[in-house]
Design a protein around this ligand. Structure first.
Ligand code: TRP
Length: 441
């Protein structure tokens, strides 16, 4: 483990940083949430808005978060307290800690389904099932009261176990090797999905924007998905930023992580939608979409039995590298601000989240409420305050010094400042006003 000035843990090198941040970003958000939300919001037009928000808002927010964390060398709450003493800014950090509880509660439920699917795949339980049969299995699995709860708890325990053992050993190691593997399997899936009968209707759905499907909600959902998928707006990237050494470039990190994450989401869409249309499924059916579609693709693949097992194992791992980042935000806060022992902090946070997770597992309305409220409201609001803080409160010189702390000129600085001062805040505010029905476009 390498220690930074002041004795905090840090990632060993650039690849470690990018791997950990990408590990946080890439997860169920790309493979489960992106296809289901895109499916509900008409496909192509949603994708276009999503890409626009990633570039104009997501990348600048990510860079701002990394910057806050590395500058302050503290958890998200402590960072605001240190950089803006005696102000209300630390409340933004509190909001982030609160959002982490909300997100991980439903996230762990979906991760639990994934875990259970791994066992189904091993038992070859989807073999020969029609799309209706698979849907029945999924419905049964998610409504059987004890099973989703047990698998959710199992997943939460795994996350807590990794977080307890510390940043670098825990987080870096698991991400480096496994993410590239996930990519390979995804490519295999796309290949099969695209060669199914009637697959092109799915490609059309994803890439041909149909603006008649766009309503006020679509725009807000696209923004929420951008924040969710990039792990923004609640302090994950700030917390990870605090573990990044001064000699690394924050700009490069933000760009590579955002692009990789977006690429994976599009690949997931390309694997799912052709199959959705080929099987005659409904793209807008909600959170079950990928869980109902994927087994059908595996059923039609040579070696599908093995692919399925690998895929679900990797998806569980991708979910783990994301859930540990959420848990880490809370644990870093408990340890540094409330002076708890790391293991106490971890088990306490995971315990409370598990209790909330039980409610999400048993009640679809609560699940949905946590899912939408966190992504569409809390994260963009956090992101808005974060860019305003960096742009207006910290100010140009501090931003420049931090971006150039690696000793190289940050050529993007001139673009970055107006974006976080004006463009991104206005864009987020407009989407909000529109989402609340106060402004129509
Ligand atoms: N981005 C992750 C995913 O796509 C989920 C996630 C991890 C997250 N940390 C977050 C979402 C922080 C919002 C905020 O699966």
């Amino acid at each position: 483990m390498s220690k930074q000035e002041g004795g905090r843990d840090s990632f060993t090198n650039k690849f470690g940083v990018i791997a950990a941040a990408a590990g946080s970003a890439i997860g169920l958000g790309n493979i489960w949430r992106f296809p289901y939300v895109a499916g509900e919001n008409g496909g192509g037009a949603f994708l276009l808005l999503y890409l626009l928000f990633i570039l104009a808002i997501g990348v600048p927010v990510m860079l701002s978060e990394l910057l806050i964390g590395r500058k302050a060398q503290l958890n998200i709450f402590g960072a605001f307290r240190k950089l803006a003493p005696g102000s209300y800014w630390p409340l933004v950090g509190m909001m982030g800690v609160g959002a982490a509880f909300m997100i991980l509660s439903f996230y762990a439920v979906v991760a639990g389904w994934t875990l259970e699917y791994t066992f189904y795949a091993i038992g070859n339980q989807f073999a020969g099932e029609s799309p209706e049969g698979i849907k029945a299995i999924f419905d049964e699995l998610t409504t059987a009261s004890w099973r989703p709860v047990v698998f959710m708890l199992l997943f939460m325990a795994l996350s807590a176990f990794i977080v307890r053992s510390g940043v670098q050993k825990g987080i870096e190691r698991y991400t480096k090797i496994l993410m590239p593997l996930l990519l390979v399997i995804l490519l295999g899936l796309i290949f099969r999905s695209l060669s199914l009968d009637g697959a092109m209707a799915g490609v059309d759905f994803l890439f041909r924007p149909d603006f008649s499907k766009v309503d006020t909600n679509t725009i807000l959902e696209a923004l929420g998905q951008a924040f969710f998928s990039l792990s923004l707006g609640m302090g994950v990237m700030a917390t990870y930023g605090s573990y990044i050494k001064k000699k690394e470039s924050l700009g490069k990190t933000a760009i590579s992580v955002s692009l990789t994450d977006t690429f994976i989401a599009i690949l997931a869409g390309l694997a799912i939608f052709p199959a959705v249309f080929s099987f005659g499924l409904e793209p807008g059916q909600g959170p079950g979409l990928v869980f109902i579609t994927l087994p059908g693709i595996f059923n039609q693949m040579a070696g599908g039995y093995y692919f399925a097992i690998f895929f679900f194992v990797l998806l569980v791992i991708a979910a783990l590298t994301s859930s540990i980042s959420l848990l880490e935000v809370v644990v870093a806060y408990f340890v540094e601000e409330l002076k708890m022992k790391r293991s106490t902090a971890t088990w306490l946070a995971a315990g409370v989240m598990s209790a909330l997770g039980v409610v999400c597992a048993l009640n679809g309305a609560v699940f949905d409420f946590f899912d939408r409220t966190s992504s569409n409201i809390l994260l963009p609001l956090g992101g808005l305050l974060i860019v305003l803080f960096v742009g207006w409160f910290l100010g140009k010189q501090v931003v420049r010094d931090e971006l150039e702390a690696d000793g190289r000129a940050a050529f993007y600085f001139r673009l970055f400042v107006p974006v976080i001062r004006v463009l991104a805040p206005i864009a987020i505010a407009l989407v909000f006003l529109n989402g609340l029905g106060l402004l129509r476009f």
